[in-house]
Design a protein around this ligand. Structure first.
Ligand code: NAP
Length: 508
């Protein structure tokens, strides 16, 4: 049969849009992009809490092939990211392929195409790309009595504009989201209690407005902005390599990062007891660190309280800990996202011979060749996969995956094939290499991560989210992976491997 679409892309965030742009460049114009939300932009459409901003320099947190000279600050506010996403969709003519408010609930491989259940409809496509994000399934904490709270409960990923002036507010969580939100809440709430289970490493944020003259220069001479991008990327790369990936060789750099954050805390907080509570006891890099210039200082305000004893329960009007009870009007959940239970994968994916991706990952370790493809799942690109996240800016990951797609699809087209599948052997070798690197060099196995409660670790305690290599190595692998790592099947054939075709393969 001829499927309805060349490809179905699930997710209209930056990952899904990058994949769609690449597919169009490869000649696949008959695309369907499905999005459960009511508009495009992924994270930057869903998250609207006060203080939302990117915590990676904006010139780096954008597609390299689509620089935006108009960022207002070095770290742009959330609404500019959303506008940038709209601009990209318009320029690359993606909106016409998008369907919103459609939740995909399952996808099944049918010999030579995918059948995708989208809302109450089933669509067919030659290729399936899932770009459902890493941080897209909000986590509601399992705290006794939380459902009995009579006031307003707001998760940061479902923010509703509300006037908190004069309100007694509690916020649970001190991750990167809370670090941005807490200083904003403190501006209006009459009383703010922050419930912290695990402190976070926070360094100063070199955030400045970008003068109009410089923005004009970026627009006129794009190489100037490219230079700024390279500088930003190099600093992030250095942080990632020294703090996380090569911890064994560069432990001293990791210690320096910790000192830098401690000095920042020391400058903003005089009270040693408060400082102690805000200081992590795990190594820098075990958990996502963040930047802020006003987070620590906020706790020195008289109406802001840091509560570090565990929450016992929540009742109709307050939060109870071993220290006592706090009456509140509004409860903010900055409790993050569930990655490993509900997001890998985000819906049921059934591959060849009935292989269930979620069950297979859980029974055989989380794995994906180059963080993109999985054996037993032909014509499937899983962009939010184990070991796929490379570097600190998500755009590094996206562009590595676009490069991987380019090489893979070009090779497949040149062979007159229409079905690809990663070989078990190539996948196994990749997994072995990643596991060895994590074990031998990274902060995840050599640092003190046991108390970090980091989402980098899966439910089995393995750090399988981040790719434990430099981004340069990730880019190189995406551009040069051996083509014989894939089996290609020609159009109309049900044979899994085309013997001989690979032997005269030309490098692409
Ligand atoms: P998060 O980092 O997972 O933090 C969740 C917080 O909620 C943690 O402090 C966690 O404590 C706490 N928590 C969860 N369940 C709890 C419970 N039952 N009781 C008490 N505390 C509980 O989530 P996030 O802050 O939303 O950030 C997620 C990621 O989004 C970040 O790491 C970052 O990658 C991204 N982000 C990016 C930007 C950006 O500008 N690019 C901005 C914001 C966020 P424990 O640590 O003890 O579990």
């Amino acid at each position: 049969m001829t499927p309805q679409y060349d490809a179905v892309v699930v997710g209209a965030g930056f990952g899904g849009m990058g994949a769609a742009i690449e597919l169009k460049r490869l000649g696949h114009h008959n695309l369907l992009i499905l999005e459960r939300e009511d508009d495009l932009g992924g994270t930057w459409h869903v998250n609207r809490y006060p203080g939302l901003a990117v915590d990676i320099p904006s010139s780096t947190y954008s597609y390299s092939f689509e620089p935006n000279p108009h960022w207002s600050r070095l770290f742009a506010p959330g609404e500019e990211l959303k506008r940038y996403a709209e601009h990209v969709a318009h320029k690359y003519d993606l909106r016409r392929s998008m369907r919103f408010c459609v939740a995909v609930t399952g996808a099944t491989w049918k010999d030579d195409h995918w059948e995708v259940v989208a809302g109450d409809e089933t669509v067919t496509a030659r290729y399936l790309v899932t770009a459902t994000g890493f941080l897209s399934q909000p986590k509601t904490p399992d705290i006794a009595g939380i459902e009995s709270f009579a006031g307003k409960v707001i998760h940061t990923a479902a923010w509703e504009p509300s006037d908190l002036t004069g309100k007694r507010v509690a916020i649970i969580g001190t991750g990167a989201t809370a670090v941005q939100l807490i200083p904003e809440l403190a501006k209006t709430a009459s009383d703010l209690t922050v419930y912290q289970r695990t402190p976070i490493w926070v360094s100063p944020k070199p955030d400045y407005p970008i003068p109009l003259a410089l923005r004009k220069l970026f627009a006129r001479l794009p190489f100037v902005q490219r230079t700024v991008r390279r500088l930003g990327s190099s600093i992030l790369e250095l942080m990632m390599i020294s703090g996380v990936v090569h911890y064994r060789q560069l432990r001293v750099a990791n210690r320096l990062a910790e000192r830098w954050c401690r000095a920042h805390l020391h400058r903003q907080v005089r009270d040693p007891e408060l400082r102690r509570k805000l200081t992590p006891d795990y190594s820098f890099g075990c958990k996502r660190p963040t930047f802020s210039n006003d987070y620590f200082r906020t706790f020195t305000q008289p109406h802001v309280h840091l509560e570090t004893s565990a929450i016992e329960r929540i009742d109709a009007s307050g939060v109870v800990t071993a220290d006592g009870r706090t009456e509140i009007d509004v409860l903010v959940l900055a409790t993050g996202f569930n990655l490993w239970d509900t997001n890998f994968p985000a819906f049921e994916v059934i591959g060849r011979d009935g292989r269930n991706l979620g069950a297979w990952w859980r029974q055989n370790r989380f794995q994906a060749y180059e963080g993109v493809t999985v054996p037993g799942f032909p014509n499937y690109l899983s962009l939010n996969s184990p070991y796929s996240y490379s570097g600190l800016s998500y755009f590094t990951t996206i562009e590595c995956q676009m490069t991987h797609m380019r090489r893979l699809f070009t090779a497949m087209h040149s062979r007159g094939a229409s079905v690809f599948e990663i070989t078990q052997r190539a996948n196994d070798e990749f997994l072995d290499r990643m596991r060895t690197k994590v074990a031998q060099n990274s902060v995840f196995s050599l640092g003190q991560c046991s108390t970090a409660r980091s989402y980098y670790f899966n439910q089995h305690g393995e750090a399988t989210l981040l790719r434990p290599t430099s981004t340069i190595s990730a880019h190189r692998a995406a551009a040069r992976f051996p083509l014989e790592h894939y089996d290609f099947t020609p159009r109309g054939s049900t044979q899994a491997v085309v013997e001989g075709l690979l032997d005269d393969a030309q490098p692409v």
